[in-house]
Design a binder for this molecule. Structure first.
Ligand SMILES: [Zn+2]
Ligand SMILES: [Zn+2]
Length: 500
């Protein structure tokens, strides 16, 4: 990259603040934007649009960034900062018991989780030299296991103190906030007192509380109420993760959800949210069925029978993603002759089988995206089309979220202007995380940039072909270096592991 190029990055500039697009030129030096000259206040006939790098506010690359730091599926979408440690689960801190258990799950990727503290983990991540910048949250579920609290009960006052200290330590070591996952074991055993105590240091240090709420389907309203109430009591910045109303019987609750948020904001609570623009959710098959722990295979069969008796088409909306049972990967479950028997068999062979559930409504997604507080998060870890992270079947959101959001929801005649759409994936998440040097095209900011053509940008990943990189992105810059050029990844890996 010669100096001339660095001083002559020209195009229609979308600065990330929501301000109207202008035509101009950027200078970049030592990884920072050093000059911006506005040539015209109107956009030009030019297919190069320059935006700040996208921030994926909801990601799960905690282990995958170590396995494949090229972060191919992210960087190809224009994601330059990945926010990991969501839904109550983080890679650290871990003790020897956890290390052994997690190590077994990671064996096939040859990853040994040989760190302990949150700081150790961040250092390990730094040594791996990820292609994207990383902000890590610490997971409440991980912390309560680390503190030795049995997953079957809420924390005692003594336990609560242990979690509080562990949260504080992780925040001091650089965590951007605490994520909770009260839907999942072990977070589901936490009561309000436990959550309040866990969040006290988060509030004191002005970090972020990101919640996968207790229930996103039949009790979504009650669960959101709980999370907002916690944010109100502790006075903490709240990120309502992957906003949704799961299940068609709950689709009419979107307005109620938005009303709770609006009332919360009006009463002074700092709330924002995020989503992935797809009508299918994805999680472990077992959790998606509303079961927390597999006690016996008969119990699972009975549960499936019950689901099917309430809704005979229940299994028509499920597609297996990754599973040790290879012949089911990527398959929809609608033509199983004996669904209860066969689904139970898949789970018996691999209890961690994951699946996509076509349970969301695009109308609601429109309603949620229309809110100025809604950011975009892929809810995916990084994947690749080659190497160890290419083997599993994934939700298309892993490769397509950001280009899909821009092409489907922004521009003339769409839900949002291009300027507003870009704000949702740049300065909005940066503000939530407290990042002061990213998310905007402004002098002094880090040169994380995406150069794309809004008329061409598009996701290509589908459920049938989930491992397809998007099109329409010309260049992606991370800290002043070109990471992707015309669809080809440069091996520069110039991301930084950020610390709050
Ligand atoms: Zn979640
Ligand atoms: Zn998640």
């Amino acid at each position: 990259m010669n100096n001339e190029r660095l001083n002559n990055l020209q195009g229609n500039i979308i600065d990330g603040s929501g301000r109207k697009i202008f035509f101009g030129k950027l200078s970049i030096e030592n990884g920072k934007i050093t000059d911006i000259s506005e040539i015209s206040s109107e956009r030009h006939e030019c297919s190069d649009y320059i935006a700040p790098g996208f921030i994926d506010i909801h990601s799960h690359g905690d282990h995958f960034l170590l396995i494949d730091p090229s972060a191919a599926s992210k960087i190809q979408q224009g994601v330059t900062t990945d926010v990991i440690g969501n839904c109550g689960y983080s890679a650290a801190p871990i003790n020897s018991n956890m290390r052994e258990r997690r190590g077994r799950g990671l064996e096939r990727f040859k990853l040994k989780p040989n760190w302990e503290s949150f700081g150790d983990y961040l250092q390990r991540l730094e040594e791996a030299q990820p292609a994207v910048n990383v902000c890590a949250l610490v997971g409440h579920g991980t912390l309560r296991t680390y503190a030795g609290i049995p997953e079957t009960r809420a924390a005692t006052p003594k336990d609560r103190l242990s979690i509080l200290h562990a949260v504080k330590k992780a925040l001091e070591e650089g965590a951007f906030g605490l994520s909770t996952g009260t839907f999942y074991v072990p977070g589901s055993s936490a009561d309000k007192l436990e959550l309040l105590d866990s969040l006290t240091p988060v509030s004191d240090m002005k970090r972020l509380y990101a919640a996968h709420i207790r229930n996103e389907s039949d009790f979504v309203v009650e669960s959101l109420y709980e999370a907002i109430d916690i944010a109100r009591i502790v006075k903490v910045k709240f990120q309502y993760s992957h906003i949704k109303a799961w299940g068609y019987q709950n689709w009419n609750k979107a307005n109620k959800i938005l009303e709770l948020i609006k009332n919360g904001i009006e009463s002074g609570i700092d709330i924002s949210t995020d989503l992935y623009p797809y009508d299918s959710a994805a999680t472990e098959l077992i959790s998606g069925m509303g079961v927390q722990n597999i006690k016996s295979i008969d119990e699972i069969k009975n549960h499936i029978q019950e689901l099917l008796s309430k809704d005979p088409y229940w299994n028509h909306r499920i597609r297996i993603l990754s599973s040790k049972v290879e012949n089911f990967r990527g398959k929809r479950l609608f033509n199983l002759k004996n669904p209860a028997e066969e689904i139970a068999r898949i789970l018996e062979a691999d209890p961690h089988t994951s699946a996509a559930f076509e349970e969301l409504s695009y109308k609601n997604i429109d309603k949620f995206i229309s809110q100025h507080i809604t950011a975009i998060g892929s809810d995916s870890s990084n994947r690749n089309i080659v190497g160890p992270l290419s083997e599993d079947f994934s939700h298309p959101r892993a490769f397509g979220t950001f280009p899909r959001f821009i092409s489907k929801y922004t521009g003339e005649g769409k839900l949002l202007s291009l300027e507003e759409g870009i704000r949702r994936v740049t300065s909005l998440p940066a503000e939530r995380l407290g990042l002061t040097d990213r998310g905007l095209i402004k002098i002094g900011m880090s040169a994380d940039l995406v150069i794309f053509d809004p008329s061409k940008i598009k996701d290509k990943a589908t459920f049938q072909y989930p491992k397809k990189f998007p099109i329409g992105i010309k260049e992606v810059w991370v800290n002043g270096k070109v990471a992707v050029q015309n669809g080809i990844i440069n091996e520069v890996r110039n991301g930084k592991v950020l610390r709050a």
